[in-house]
Each structure stands twice: as structure tokens, then as C-alpha cells.
Design a protein around this ligand. Structure first.
Ligand SMILES: NC(=O)c1ccc[n+]([C@@H]2O[C@H](COP(=O)([O-])OP(=O)(O)OC[C@H]3O[C@@H](n4cnc5c(N)ncnc54)[C@H](O)[C@@H]3O)[C@@H](O)[C@H]2O)c1
Length: 457
């Protein structure tokens, strides 16, 4: 094979990204390593550790041919000439910058592993999302090697979205590659570009300097999240004024300067990235003495928290100011549809707030029940988990729709109404159900940013 690529970190990004690279580049050997043995075993099995539509087929095609999963980080480092690092970069929970800055300990650990076990020059690719100027710190660490080895650092942030990862990776809007403007940096950039040229048209491969590439990823996530918070803030105003957020969003989105995407009101964004990346951006702005810029972006996160809290307040207010002892069904726990990932899911915030109010929760999700169990493991209160929606709804006073799973629309709500306590409530935190039809079936329906349909007023 032409070259060996190693990826350190077999998570939501490392796994699918490398599977697609191996699938599209049969003459590259791709090894994905992780310290998490359970995760690697799952990647080697028929039950992949993450759910992504289409991922099974891609992995099945390449695994064992030129795609390998292993826990042997050292052997991987020794063999590969190109190392993608896709480890987690969570928000720091301790010390300076706690609650905002990125915790780079996993990244630094991999840099030190690379130095220790390398026997020849390597290209190290930042796939994880990192604060701008991280490559500078990494360069210093890697250059501290005493073996006389040369390490080129490339920034190649990942823009795929969970739930559509395979399609996004196979047909990316753009691939971004940043490098130092030195001859060695440009040579390394070309080596990474050559991988993507196997399937991505050249005009979609954007090359920049290292710092622009690092910053672009943070800002892209901040801009996407900002659209969600903007529209969510307006959903609150719609509820006060009888304007309809669906009409406002679709009319607004017709303006080609605004566009229709990411204008759907909801209980808020989740996922491991948006919040942490914005807080990271906020921290960077504070660090560089730009408090006004920091405050501007921090507001995006505050509105997101506000939207989930507002949703719970609405539930309480309409259910006669008490949910204590009432069974409530949560439809959807994943942070978005088509994934089992629940990291930072607004469903966690909503569930915890309702448990504090002493509600009894009955949780249903097509792919995220295992993660939901882990997320709520330490919460006091009565919680049950159900694969079957009708079982989940039995004996409940209310259904909360917290994830936009398409199949929720197709459930038999007449049947659900029959097994519920009365008055029966639906709070649609994703605006996906047919509210009028549900109202006509007897439900009291509370969408977001639209008129409510209530039999009680
Ligand atoms: N999840 C997304 O949708 C997404 C999208 C774009 C970018 N990103 C970024 O990509 C990075 C990875 O995200 P993720 O969602 O894949 O995280 P993840 O937590 O799912 O995976 C990270 C993996 O790295 C492994 N790891 C940590 N330290 C290691 C070490 N020293 N050696 C070997 N393995 C190690 C962990 O065990 C874990 O399995 C983050 O920086 C994230 O911000 C994520």
C-alpha cells in the first residue's frame, strides 16, 4: 500500500472519518487506535459503538482490507507516516479557565506518545477541534524530541455532523487544510490533500494558514449555534405575540442572504461540540483582551440554557403548577435525530429539572436508551426506559417530544391517548407533530413559538 495512516481516537469523529478514508482510498492502510478497549472491540464487531446511518456498510467494505482497529497505540505510531489525532477536547473542569477553556490533556498526551515511539519523520494532523494557536504549542512539544525527527503539523478540522456523518464525509461541502507557510509545511499539506483528492473535487479543498484553519472550525460551530439561539429567542417572542415561528422562519429563510437552514425552533442545541466550542471561543476572546466579543458569543449559550428552562416552566405552568408524582413520557433523548449520542442533550437538562420537581419519567428513544441510562444513573427519582412508545406512554399525564426522530410522527396517537391519564398533554419541543390533529384527538398540545391547542381554556 502507498502509505499508512494512523488515527488516534476511535470516537464519533475518528471512526467514521477513517472508515470513509479507507473506503475511498484502497491503496492507503488505515489504522484506528484507542485506549478504550471496549470501543475498539465494538469497532471490530458487528455492533459498532456508534449509530450512524450507512456506517455499517462502509465499515464492512473496508475492515480487514485496509481498515484496522486496534488498542496498540505504540505499534500504530511506529508504523504510520501520517497521524490524525481525533481525541476528545472537552471543556476544562479545573484550574485556570475552568468551565470555558479546552482541556488539552488528551491531546498533549498523544503528542508525547508520538515523540516517544516515533522512529521516523511524521505528519501530525489536528482532527480534533482545538483552540487557535494550539498547533504552536504542539510544535514546541514535538520539536522538543531529541531524536532529530521532523514533525509537520497540519490542521484538518472535521465538519461532519452526527446523524449525517457518512453522507457529509462522502460529499463534504468543503475540506479545510491549514499548514505553516514553510516548504516542509506545504509539502505536508499536499500529502493530506492527496488523500482527499481520491474522492473530493479539488475546488472543494480549501487550504489556509494553520491559524485560520483552527479558528474557522470554532467559528463555524459558533455561527451555526448562533442561528439556533437566534431563532429560539424569537420563538419566545412569537408565543407572546401570536406570531408563528414556523411562518417567521420560512419567510425569513427565503431571503437568499439568510437561507433556510438551521432556522428550526427547538428546545435547543446539544451535542459534544457547540457549547464547548463556543465557550472555548469565549475564553480565547477573554484571554486576548476582547471582553465585548466574549460576551457577545457567550449569550448564544445563555439563550440555549434559557430555552430548555423556558420549556420546563411551560410544562409546569400548564400542568397546574405541579408535576410531583405525575408520570411523564420523554420521547427522544438523543441530542438530535439519527444518532444515539446524548452528550449535552437538552433532554438531560429537561429530565433533571423534572426529576427535581418529583415527576416520574418514562423514557423512549429509538437509539439512545443505553446512553440515557448512563446520563441519569445518579439522578434520584423514578425513571423507566422503553423501546416501545406505547409502553412508555401508558399511565402518563404528558408526552414531551425532545428529539426530532421522524418515526415519532407515525405513531398511533389515538392508541397513545387511550393509555394516558386525562387531561393528556403533549409538549412538542421540536415542532414535528401535527398539532391540530392531536388536539382533535383530545390532547392539549403545546408547540414552541406557535399557538397552543388547549381544551382547558
Ligand atoms: N462529535 C462530533 O460531531 C464532532 C464533529 C467535528 C469535530 N469534533 C471534534 O473531534 C474531536 C473528537 O470528538 P469525538 O466526538 O470523536 O470524541 P469521542 O470522545 O467520541 O472520541 C475520542 C476518543 O479518543 C480516545 N482517546 C483519548 N485520549 C487518547 C489517547 N491518549 N490515546 C488513544 N485514544 C485516546 C478516547 O478514548 C475516545 O474514544 C473533538 O475535538 C471534537 O470537538 C467532533
Amino acid at each position: 500500500m502507498k502509505k499508512t495512516i494512523l488515527c488516534i481516537g476511535a470516537g464519533y469523529v475518528g471512526g467514521p472519518t477513517m472508515a470513509v478514508i479507507a473506503d475511498k482510498c484502497p491503496d492507503y492502510k488505515v489504522i484506528v487506535v484507542d485506549v478504550n478497549e471496549k470501543r475498539i472491540k465494538a469497532w471490530q464487531s458487528d455492533e459498532l459503538p456508534i449509530y450512524e446511518p450507512g456506517l455499517d456498510e462502509v465499515v464492512r467494505r473496508a475492515r480487514g482490507r485496509n481498515l484496522f482497529f486496534s488498542t496498540d497505540v505504540v505499534a500504530g505510531i511506529k508504523e504510520a507516516g501520517i497521524i490524525f489525532v481525533s481525541v476528545n477536547t472537552p471543556t476544562k473542569t479545573f484550574g485556570a479557565g475552568a468551565g470555558k477553556a479546552a482541556d488539552l490533556q488528551y491531546w498533549e498526551k498523544t503528542a508525547r506518545d508520538i515523540i516517544e515511539h516515533s522512529g521516523h519523520d511524521k505528519i501530525v494532523v489536528e482532527k480534533s477541534t482545538l483552540p487557535v494557536r494550539t498547533a504552536e504549542a504542539m510544535r514546541r512539544i514535538l520539536e522538543s524530541n531529541t531524536k532529530g525527527l521532523n514533525f509537520d503539523i497540519i490542521s484538518n478540522p472535521e465538519f461532519m455532523a452526527e446523524g449525517t456523518a457518512v453522507g457529509d464525509l462522502q460529499h463534504p461541502d468543503r475540506v479545510l487544510i491549514g499548514a505553516l507557510e514553510t516548504p516542509s509545511g506545504q509539502k505536508a499539506l499536499q500529502a493530506i490533500k492527496d488523500i482527499y483528492l481520491n474522492w473530493v473535487p479539488e475546488e472543494r479543498i480549501k487550504t489556509t494558514n494553520l491559524w485560520s484553519s483552527e479558528l474557522t472550525k470554532l467559528v463555524s460551530n459558533a455561527m451555526l449555534a448562533q442561528r439556533i439561539s437566534s431563532v429560539n429567542s424569537i420563538s419566545a417572542l412569537c408565543e407572546k405575540t401570536d406570531a408563528n415561528i414556523l411562518e417567521v422562519s420560512s419567510a425569513m429563510g427565503l431571503d437568499s442572504r439568510i437561507g433556510p437552514k438551521f432556522l428550526r425552533a427547538s428546545i435547543g442545541f446539544g451535542g459534544s461540540c457547540f457549547k464547548k466550542d463556543i465557550l472555548n471561543l469565549v475564553y480565547l476572546c477573554e484571554f486576548y483582551g476582547l471582553p465585548e466579543v466574549a460576551a457577545y458569543w457567550e449569550q448564544v449559550v445563555k439563550i440555549n440554557d434559557y430555552q430548555a428552562e423556558r420549556f420546563v416552566r411551560k410544562i409546569l405552568m400548564n400542568m397546574f403548577n405541579s408535576v410531583a408524582g405525575k408520570k411523564i413520557a420523554v420521547f427522544g433523548f438523543a441530542f438530535k435525530a439519527d444518532t444515539g449520542d446524548t452528550r449535552e442533550s437538552p433532554a438531560i437538562t429537561v429530565s433533571k429539572m423534572l426529576l427535581e420537581e418529583r415527576a416520574v419519567l418514562s423514557i423512549h428513544d429509538p437509539k439512545a436508551l443505553e446512553n440515557a441510562r448512563l446520563d441519569l444513573a445518579d439522578c434520584p427519582g423514578e425513571i423507566s426506559y422503553h423501546e416501545d412508545p406505547y409502553e412508555a406512554a401508558a399511565g402518563t399525564h404528558a408526552i414531551l417530544v425532545l428529539t426530532e426522530w421522524k418515526q415519532f410522527r407515525d405513531y398511533d396517537y389515538r392508541k397513545i391517548f387511550e393509555v394516558m391519564e386525562k387531561p393528556a398533554f403533549i409538549f412538542d419541543g421540536r415542532n414535528i407533530l401535527d398539532h391540530r390533529a392531536l388536539f382533535e384527538q383530545g390532547f392539549n398540545v403545546y408547540p414552541l413559538g406557535q399557538r397552543e391547542y388547549s381544551h382547558l381554556t
